[in-house]
Structure formats: C-alpha cells, structure tokens
Design a protein around this ligand. Structure first.
Ligand SMILES: *[C@@H]1O[C@H](CO)[C@@H](O)[C@H](O)[C@H]1NC(C)=O
Ligand SMILES: *[C@@H]1O[C@H](CO)[C@@H](O)[C@H](O)[C@H]1NC(C)=O
Ligand SMILES: *[C@@H]1O[C@H](CO)[C@@H](O)[C@H](O)[C@H]1NC(C)=O
Ligand SMILES: *[C@@H]1O[C@H](CO)[C@@H](O)[C@H](O)[C@H]1NC(C)=O
Ligand SMILES: *[C@@H]1O[C@H](CO)[C@@H](O)[C@H](O)[C@H]1NC(C)=O
Length: 565
C-alpha cells in the first residue's frame, strides 16, 4: 500500500464539489471546535479526532521528553487536504510517480519535512541563543496546525499558484523561521558554478520554501551546534501550511569537496524519523570557465579589497586597481603552478598514454581506509592493483593534493617558486582552500565520487550550469525532486544570481546585462583561441587536455553530459 488514501475520498475538486466540500469543512470545523473546547482534557479530544479519521494513518506523536511519557496526539492533515491546502492526488506524487522527500503517509513521526517538537531535537530558539536558552514552552508545535486549519479552510494554494510568483525576499518575509522542518534538498556545489542561481530558481517554484540563508554550511562548519540550530534556518510547519510548501532546502558549496561532509550528512539526517535523506544536487560549469571565475572572485577581488584598505605592509592604500595590478599574480601564474602540483598528486596520464602515479591515491587510502563507508571502494579501486575493477583510485583531492603551509612566506608547496621569485606579489592568507584549487575544484568527479558512495545514485542530481537558463532544465529537476510540474520561465527570466564580483547571493543580474558584459568577450572569442580567458593559447590547450578525461569520468558517473568546450 503505497498511498493509503482512497481516491473516493478526494474532495474539493473545482466547483462541482463545492457543496460537499463546504459541508466537510463545517464538519471538520465542528470537530476542531469540540476539541478546542475540551482543551483541558486532551486525551478525550484526541480520541474524538482519532475516531473520526481512523484509517488515515496520518498521526503525530508528541514526545514529552521531560517526563518520558509519550502522548500520541492525532491531528489529521487529511482534513487539510480536503479543504484544498494540499491535494492528495497532485501534491504527493507527481506525474512521474515521484514523491517529494519526506512525504510518506505511513509515518507517525513527522509531518512531511517537519518533525514534532521535542523529538531528538530539543532546541528551536534563535540561533544566536542556542546554547544559553532552551525554552521548550515557546516551541513550534503541531498544535499550530489546528488554528491554521481553522483560519484557512477555503484557501486553495492551487488557485493562487499562478499569481504567487513573488520575489525571493518578500516570500522569505512571509515565512516564519525556526520550526523543525528538514531540508528536502541540498545543493552541495560546486562553488562558482551557479549555486546561487540554481537555489533561487528552485525556491521560485511555488511549492518550495526558501531557507533563511542560502548557504548554511551546517555540515561543514557548524557540527558542534545542535541540529535544532540548523533547522532554525528553515520555515516552520505553520509556514509550510500557509504556503502549501512541499519542500525547503539550502545551497552550501562548501559541502561538495569533503568526503567527511557526505558521511556526516547521511549519519546525522538518518538519525531522524523515518530515515529519508535530502536529495543531493550538484551543478557543474565548464571547468576552465569556473577556474577563471574562481580566480577573479576568490583571488583578484578580495586581494584588491585588502590592498585598498592598506592592510598589506609596504603597499599604500587607495591606489587604483591598475596600480595594484603589479602586486597580483596572474591567472597564468597560478594555473601553471597548480597544474604541476595536480600532476604530482593525481594518477595522471600524459599525451603518450603513460601513467604517472601521483601521491594522492596512497594518501587518500591511508586516510580513509579505516572508514566503513569507503573501505570497500578504496580496496576495489586500489591503485596498486592492475585489475582494479571499480575504476581508478578514489582521490580526496582537497584533502591530499595541496599540502600545508611551507613557511610564513610560502603558503603552499605549489607556490614555492612563485612566491620566492616575486616577493612583492600578494596572496592573502585566508580562504587558501579556494585560491589553491582553481583547477582542482573544477575536477568535479573527484569529490562527487565520494557522495555516490554514501548516497543512492537515484538521490543525486547533476545539472550543467550552461543549461540553467533554460526553464526546461529546472522543470526537469523539480519533477525529479517529486515536485509538481512548474513552468520556470518567469523565474529564470530574472537573471543569474551572484555573478561577477561579490554582488551577494540574492542579487540577480539580468540576462541582458550579462550579455552586454560578456558581449565583448564573446566577439573576441571568435578570434581568440582562449575564449576570453586570460592565459596563453598553449596553456589553454594543455588545460583542456588535462581536464577532458576527468570530465568524461564525471559524465559516466552522473549519466549526464554537458556541452563543455
Ligand atoms: C512505510 O514506512 C516504511 C519505513 O518507515 C517504509 O519502508 C515503507 O515502504 C512505508 N510503506 C508505505 C506504504 O509507504
Ligand atoms: C539572547 O538572550 C539574551 C539574554 O537572555 C537576550 O537579551 C537577547 O535578546 C537574546 N537574543 C535573541 C536574538 O533572541
Ligand atoms: C601499494 O604498494 C606499496 C608498496 O608495496 C605499499 O606500501 C602501499 O601501501 C600499497 N598501497 C595500497 C593502497 O595498497
Ligand atoms: C512557459 O511560459 C512561457 C511564457 O511565460 C511560455 O512562452 C512557454 O511556452 C511556457 N512553457 C511551457 C513548457 O509551457
Ligand atoms: C584572448 O583574450 C584574453 C582576454 O581578453 C587575452 O588576455 C588574451 O591575451 C587573448 N589571447 C590571444 C591569443 O589573443
């Protein structure tokens, strides 16, 4: 029994069913008023509701953890379906037969993505106070469903979906934060590949509610905080109900590169009732485009800002960008030195098809081979074995290729020559993980392979950045997440998010403006062998050669091919 609702009970379908639906609404209202009046004796009110909706298997358990008594409280969302907030035949299984994450009707421990309060997560309060105050009295509660249900019996989100397109910020302002609702998807990266755009497009779907921050990075930087802290960034059950929400999610590009994060997402989310996991989404862009974007965004802009503020000894502040240029390494400088390092690290095949065994595979093996999730794959892909059946060795690229600081002036082994020969040039000693890996972070297959070891293949989705501007890409992704079909053209038309300099995750740049900005480069590109990327043609060609097999590995892994140059 996949879907316990009987089709006969379907109500409120358009005007022909108006009369029965009003009647039903009245009946339900009466039931709720009865239960409301009988507030002091909750058990009897529970019984009333329970009996009237027996068989729905849509129950909630409320754990009163202070005295370890578990009261089972029946609130009947079926009634909410009946009044038109959700529609059982459209909302919980889409035209592809896919269900949105967490919406299972035989679970007594959650309501869609939302957990009842006082389950394993005990702290719901504002994140800034999460350690100091635990006020269980003020927690969000499934009781909240009751008055909302009473207030909104006639609101059909279906009648308002088409007009409901609002900008992200104003949608966000209508939501309440801090409930126990879990993300149904995580956009894990890659950085500088359009995670902001993808996130905004996805939450542009009327049934997807935005989180209160695009990138929460809980599983990377905040694991010492309680899970309640994490969930406080997502909308409450009340907000889900008021907006007919089916899903929420977040986008943290810092998740992708780390095997540990993949492991932790699974371990931590699995502790929650009925064991669904968020879907994993990765967006990838032409590797050399990403590399250039990363150079500007993670090196040029922050370094210029640092120099303008006069924070570097011996370099005056408030000069023009042109005057600062001589203090910056070029993209060519960075890429040449990183490429040499990557060749030392990766098992790399040169133009004569010779394999150069890198140090990364062994380092990775030694580091991860004691982890149950990964041991098997590491064995089957052992670089010592000529017949490793499951492919080339796994490599934890971020974790093993770049080494640590050589000295206070040489920040990474790969820059030893660059930094000693050009002492006047500046690499700011922060976010080095981004600056060190301009090519590395474009080799998406290496980190993504670890996610495939931890998550089901069917729960990982890969999208090409170049296809994001096509509304059909988004429709396809949304359908695969179990959402109802939606035309994203209006959403996508708003432009790309957080492009160019750090304009902010929520700042859209129109496609016209982007076109104008890139117009020159595009024209040049016709004549220019490096597609507007400021490196020599020979290095460009060498890089293309270098990334090609890794692109292939990615396409094989994901079953999706991007049109990358
Ligand atoms: C009910 O939930 C269990 C796991 O909690 C799942 O394995 C099973 O398939 C579900 N049954 C239906 C009918 O959805
Ligand atoms: C955090 O707690 C302190 C002291 O209890 C209180 O004054 C402050 O307003 C709280 N901050 C937030 C954001 O709730
Ligand atoms: C590969 O072989 C070398 C030399 O025998 C050994 O030291 C190393 O541990 C082996 N590596 C793996 C991953 O088995
Ligand atoms: C989506 O809407 C746009 C205009 O809003 C329209 O041109 C396009 O044909 C629609 N796409 C589909 C698949 O219905
Ligand atoms: C191609 O364009 C880039 C950026 O406009 C420029 O730096 C580079 O020198 C050009 N390459 C050639 C071969 O003209």
């Amino acid at each position: 029994m996949i879907f316990p609702f009987n089709k006969r009970t379907e109500v409120c379908r358009k005007s022909s069913l108006l009369v029965p639906s009003i009647l039903l609404t009245l009946v339900i209202l009466v039931l709720f008023i009865v239960s409301w009046v009988m507030e002091d004796s909750p058990m009897s009110s529970l019984n009333t509701i329970d009996e009237s909706h027996e068989g729905n298997k849509f129950e909630y358990e409320q754990h009163h953890d202070h005295n370890s008594v578990v009261d089972v409280q029946y609130i009947v969302p079926k009634a909410l379906l009946d009044v038109g907030v959700y529609k059982e035949d459209e909302d919980f299984e889409n035209e592809r037969g896919i269900k949105p994450t967490y919406w299972r009707f035989n679970s007594s421990l959650s309501w869609g993505p939302c957990l009842p309060p006082l389950t394993p997560i005990k702290q719901w309060e504002d994140r800034r106070n999460y350690t100091t105050s635990v006020n269980t009295e003020s927690t969000e509660d499934f009781e909240y469903l009751r008055p909302i249900f009473q207030q909104h019996p006639s609101t059909s989100i279906h009648s308002t979906v088409d007009q409901s397109r609002k900008d992200y910020k104003s949608r966000q302002q209508q939501l309440q934060r801090g409930g126990g609702c879990r993300p149904g998807f995580l956009i894990i990266g890659a950085g500088k590949c359009g995670t902001s755009s993808l996130y905004h497009y996805l939450v542009g779907h009327p049934r997807v509610l935005p989180a209160f921050e695009k990138q929460i990075h809980y599983f990377k930087y905040h694991l010492t905080k309680p899970l309640g802290w994490y969930y406080s960034f997502f909308p409450t059950p009340r907000s889900f109900l008021e907006h007919g929400g089916l899903m929420t999610g977040e986008a943290s590009p810092g998740y992708l590169p780390y095997p540990q994060v993949a492991k932790d997402v699974r371990r931590i989310m699995k502790q929650q009732p009925h064991h669904d996991l968020p879907k994993i989404i990765m967006v990838g862009r032409s590797p050399l485009e990403r590399m250039y974007s990363s150079y500007r965004y993670n090196y040029v802009y922050p370094t210029l800002e640092y120099l303008r503020k006069g924070r570097h000894r011996g370099i005056p502040k408030d000069l023009s960008d042109e005057e600062y240029e001589k203090y910056l390494f070029s993209l060519e400088d960075f890429v040449r030195s990183e490429l040499a390092q990557l060749k030392l690290c990766l098992n790399w095949v040169d133009r004569n098809n010779e394999l150069h065994k890198g140090f990364g595979a062994q380092m990775t093996f030694d580091q991860w081979n004691n982890q149950a999730e990964f041991r098997d794959a590491l064995m089957k892909r052992n670089q010592n074995s000529s017949d490793a059946k499951d492919g080339p060795p796994l490599i934890d690229l971020d974790g093993s290729c770049y080494g640590s600081k050589v000295s206070s002036t040489v920040l990474r082994p790969q820059w030893a020559e660059l930094q000693t020969q050009n002492p006047e040039k500046v690499i700011v000693d922060q976010n080095l993980h981004l600056t060190q890996a301009m090519i590395g972070r474009s080799l998406y297959t290496f980190p993504l392979e670890w996610w495939y070891l931890v998550f089901d293949q069917t729960d990982i989705f890969f999208v090409c950045t170049e296809e994001l501007s096509n509304p059909e890409t988004m429709r396809e992704l949304a359908l695969n997440l179990g959402l109802p079909s939606y035309n994203f053209s209006q959403v996508v038309d708003e432009g790309a998010y957080n492009v160019g300099g750090h304009r902010g995750y929520d700042k859209a740049t129109s496609w016209e403006e982007l076109q104008a900005e890139r117009g020159g480069a595009t024209l040049d590109a016709a004549k220019n062998q490096t597609n507007g990327i400021p490196i020599t043609p020979s290095l460009y060609e060498e890089l293309q050669e270098f990334v090609r097999p890794y692109n292939e590995r990615l396409f094989q892994l994901t079953g999706k091919r991007c049109q990358w140059q």
